[in-house]
Design a protein around this ligand. Structure first.
Ligand SMILES: [Fe+2]
Length: 469
């Protein structure tokens, strides 16, 4: 049953109950609630599912989770359960946790149940899935989304289609590579001009930022979050740049992220950078603006997209200790990129670029490239430029994968000549599917559309290990 059908079914049952109630006397009221599951932190033997209960969760409602490993749906009766947890109206989310005892590298199926009081019956929701951590050598799939730029609902239908296509891929996890939510305009901040830096709806206060995350999850991301982990990487529009620290709005966004999104194995307390080892892959994600002390776009200084001391030390230590077959770095932008005075709009130092812009003097991308070559990193995945393109740094085997976009933008036509000889796709929206195989990573750029071309593979690249020295 589709989620929308589940809700319509609930309303149908509610209507029948109301009619019965009018004829024969009303039992305690059954309040329809909006609840969306986000598969949170899954390890070898444990799992957490975050319930986004929203503002409609009635006080006194209980939730629990049953889980099963039977591959055939007809055999699944979810014999193991978490204890019932009480939801509170002000909570915004509830975490159902399986603290241990799961089997590594195993597919699990779960269902959430709810009841509005201890006396009422459990109402079971539809099934979700999670897979415990893959073992070395186990093939799997993950997906990458970038630059959906979700503003205020209703969201354009093709963006929901992207999320539905991700769900069809059934990935173990999804990397959100930034600018999923558009809170903030870059181009202000010297000195900090909070009211100009943040978009007008942020003036609605903390409740508006809560609502933005809630809308994004419940209307787009919930297409896949019930069955895939969500790994959240900041973009320049998510309003969490270091130079915006004095702004009250930044604290609202941090509060909202902590309320609605799982922080997955992050290395720092705010979730700006971190890593995940899954099967043969070591995923490392970074933030080019978390430690910026000024807005590099406003200042026209690409060096402002900087690692910072703590993130740089962590990155080098993490790469030095990594024993994974595949090492992949994810960042919304290059650490520097084009500029200063790059002519394409948005102009100046806006961290545009592919391998042609790695060597911008004084930028940390030079250092990251050095580390990637030294420690055998296979690819640097990034977004921000609203295109798909794969380029290879000269003299190394490091691929720069511009992951495609959830937005088509007219300004990308200015970028295309600067990215040659590497081909780009700048007129189609979609997501990146990554298949991790024993001897290669295969990336597909998958088109999202409202017609029969939906799901078309627009481009494919294979990434293979570097030859032995
Ligand atoms: Fe961006």
């Amino acid at each position: 049953m589709e989620r929308g059908e589940w809700r319509r079914g609930l309303w149908f049952c509610f209507s029948i109950s109301l009619l019965t109630c009018l004829l024969s006397g009303c039992p305690p009221s059954e309040v329809p609630v909006t609840v969306d599951e986000v598969v949170g932190i899954v390890t070898d033997t444990s799992a957490k599912v975050f319930l986004q209960t929203g503002p409609y969760a009635a006080d006194g409602a209980y939730f629990k989770m049953g889980y099963d490993t039977s591959p055939h749906e007809a055999d699944r009766d979810y014999p193991l359960e978490t204890p019932p947890e009480l939801a509170v109206r002000s909570g915004g989310r509830l975490v159902l946790s399986i603290p241990g005892g799961l089997t590594p590298d195993t597919q699990y199926y779960y269902r959430i149940a709810r009841k509005n009081s201890l006396q009422s019956d459990w109402i079971w929701r539809e099934e979700g899935r999670f897979h415990t951590r893959r073992a070395a050598g186990s093939p799997f799939r993950f997906c990458v989304l970038s630059d959906l730029h979700l503003g205020r609902p209703p969201f354009p239908e093709p963006k929901t289609k992207i999320a539905q296509n991700v769900a069809s891929d059934n990935p173990d996890f999804v990397v959100s590579l930034g600018d999923m939510l558009t809170f903030c305009n870059q181009g202000h901040g010297i000195p900090v001009e909070c009211n100009f830096a943040y978009l007008q709806y942020i003036l609605g206060g903390q409740q508006a930022t809560f609502a933005a995350y809630e809308d994004a999850i419940s209307q787009v991301l919930n297409e896949f979050t019930h069955s895939s982990m969500l790994l959240w990487v900041n973009g320049n529009h998510e309003g969490l740049a270091g130079y915006l620290t004095p702004c009250l709005e930044r604290a609202w966004i941090l509060n909202s992220r902590n309320r609605y999104l799982p922080l997955l194995n992050h290395a720092d307390p705010f979730g700006f950078y971190g890593d995940l080892v899954w099967g043969d892959v070591h995923i490392i994600w970074l933030d080019p603006l978390a430690f910026s002390t000024y807005d590099p776009y406003q200042a026209n200084q690409p060096q402002g997209y900087a690692l910072g001391t703590a993130q740089a030390a962590w990155l080098e230590d993490t790469l030095a200790e990594s024993t994974s077959r595949w090492k992949l770095i994810f960042s919304h932008t290059l650490f520097g990129g084009a500029g200063p005075d790059f002519p394409c709009a948005p102009a100046g130092s806006y961290a545009r670029g592919n391998v042609n812009f790695v060597d911008t003097p004084g930028t940390d991308q030079n250092y990251i490239q050095y580390l990637m070559e030294s420690y055998g990193v296979n690819a640097f995945f990034y977004g921000h430029d609203h295109m798909y393109s794969v380029s290879e740094y000269p003299g190394s085997s490091v691929k720069y994968v511009l992951v495609g976009s959830g937005s088509v933008s007219g300004w990308t036509s200015c970028l295309v000549p600067y990215y040659q000889p590497w081909a780009v796709i700048n007129d189609q929206i979609g997501h990146l599917r990554v298949d991790v195989n024993e001897d290669s990573l295969v990336v597909h750029y998958v088109k999202a559309a409202l017609d029969g071309t939906n799901g078309t593979i627009l481009a494919t690249h294979e990434i293979v290990p570097p030859p032995p020295p």
